[in-house]
Design a binder for this molecule. Structure first.
Ligand code: BGC
Length: 443
């Protein structure tokens, strides 16, 4: 909690009128009801022994498909203006699949909460692969079907969630579905997702949509020292995490040389689609990364094994608190990221929305989460004061949920879920956020 010179809690700063406060979830992590949808790559991955650390599956998860009314009531009580959720492509492919989202959207609107669906959050139908170009076209067809059904009530759309993580963890390192360990041969998965994004924007625009964004994960990359080898490694990591996914979308170009590595019959035509203007740019922010020259050893980075053969090594940031996931808590990294993006991309950066920010801690009296969130809300305001046009902030996540390869061990929710009884219990951070929203715009 920030304090003034006398140690009293400093009031939270005032945010611009119309600032959108929300919370986020994703389909595979909360929905359950796996028996009423087609399988995704995550179902296949989860079924392989040893893939999920606690041996769990998301077959039931938060049972949200059956309990969505209770979850919408929690959103209404929280007082958020918007709810970011994702639409499961395998569910849409199943009989009656869109009916669920139809009901969810109606329930949200009736509760005064704006629905903000993400059209792809990692749960690809099991028979598809992002290594194939055709998946991008299939994605656009999926998006068109969803928009045809929900577009009369949904106006704000997110195409993809974190193609960087899905490429890195799912295709390069193999710690997420589909579990491919291709290292740099994973680049086609990046290009095809970005192409899917471009085609999705085109499909949405043809329905008249004018409030479209993407949710990209970004964070400042800090060099381990000023030695040339560390600076070079950090610049390379920045290229992979930040520039590779921001620049095609914002500038219609890959960073130097990378376009030549992408599989495409006509890279210029692809980039024209990928770089079509967006109405806003979504940023998922968790922490900065300290990066140095390769050390020749495999290391554990936030639960992910980073192989020794990479041309960089991720180092521990010392002297800062960490979440129970081991992620460093550095709110000022959010200000740094946003001001860096604003100066890097100038008027090519549309208004920004923080589409995810949050942390994993156990317990109901989660003062650590309150400290984390409050620090990041203040850091966000610092970015606005510095001139960055930020229009919204979404906490990850509404509910404790299936945290991918970690299973249910990591709890990111404002609401505790007992995965045996499915009982929901709001945590202290839920009350804190509700209080913040009640006083918003804050004094
Ligand atoms: C993802 C979420 C995930 C969260 C915490 C983001 O990378 O979009 O699905 O649960 O981070 O790891």
């Amino acid at each position: 909690m920030a304090t003034d010179a006398r140690g009293a809690a400093a009031p939270l700063p005032r945010f611009p009128d119309g600032f959108l406060w929300g919370v986020s979830t994703s389909a595979h992590q909360i929905e359950g009801a796996a028996d009423t949808r087609a399988p995704s790559v995550w179902d296949v991955f989860t079924a392989e022994p040893g893939r999920i650390k606690d041996g769990s599956t998301a077959a039931v998860a938060c049972d949200h498909v059956h309990r969505y009314e209770e979850d919408v009531a929690l959103l209404a009580d929280l007082g958020v203006g918007a709810y970011r959720f994702s639409i499961s492509w395998p569910r849409v492919n199943s009989p009656g699949g869109l009916d669920f989202y139809d009901r969810l959207v109606d329930a949200l609107l009736a509760a005064g909460v704006r629905p903000v669906p993400t059209l792809f959050h990692w749960d690809l139908p099991a028979d598809l692969s992002w290594l194939e170009r055709d998946t991008a076209t299939r994605f656009a067809d999926h998006v068109a079907a969803v928009a045809a059904r929900l577009g009369d009530r949904v106006t704000k759309w997110i195409t993809l969630n974190e193609p960087a993580e899905h490429t890195l963890l799912g295709h390069a390192l193999g710690t997420h579905a589909p579990g491919s360990r291709l290292l740099f041969d994973a680049l086609p998965a990046a290009h095809h997702q970005l192409l899917g994004h471009g085609l999705a924007v085109q499909a949405l625009r043809s329905t008249g949509a004018d409030d479209i964004g993407i949710a990209n994960s970004h964070g400042p990359t800090w060099p381990a020292s000023q030695e040339p080898a560390d600076l070079e490694a950090a610049a390379f990591y920045d290229l992979l995490l930040n520039r590779l996914f921001a620049e095609p979308v914002l500038l219609g170009a890959y960073p130097e040389g990378l376009g030549d590595l992408m599989p495409s019959p006509d890279i210029e035509a692809d980039l024209k689609l990928i770089g079509a203007p967006l109405d806003w740019y979504g940023v998922n922010y968790y922490a900065p990364t300290l990066v140095g020259a390769p050390q020749g050893t495999e290391i554990d980075f936030g639960g992910v094994r980073m192989p020794a053969e990479l041309p960089f090594s991720v180092r521990e940031i010392e002297g800062v608190p960490t979440t129970d996931f081991g992620w460093p808590v550095i709110p000022a990294g959010l200000t740094e990221l946003l001001t860096t993006f604003a100066s890097r991309y100038g008027d090519r950066l549309p208004p920004v929305v923080i589409t995810e920010n949050g942390c994993s801690y156990p317990g109901l009296d989660d003062q650590d989460r309150i400290t984390y969130l409050e620090g990041h809300v203040r850091a966000l305001h610092d970015a606005i004061t510095a001139g960055v046009d930020v229009r919204g902030y979404f906490v990850w996540s509404l509910l404790d949920n299936f945290e991918w390869a970690e299973g249910f061990a990591r709890r990111f929710g404002l609401v505790h879920v007992d995965f045996t009884t499915q009982r929901r219990t709001p945590k202290a951070s839920y009350a804190w956020y509700r209080d913040l929203l009640t006083r918003s715009p804050m004094e």
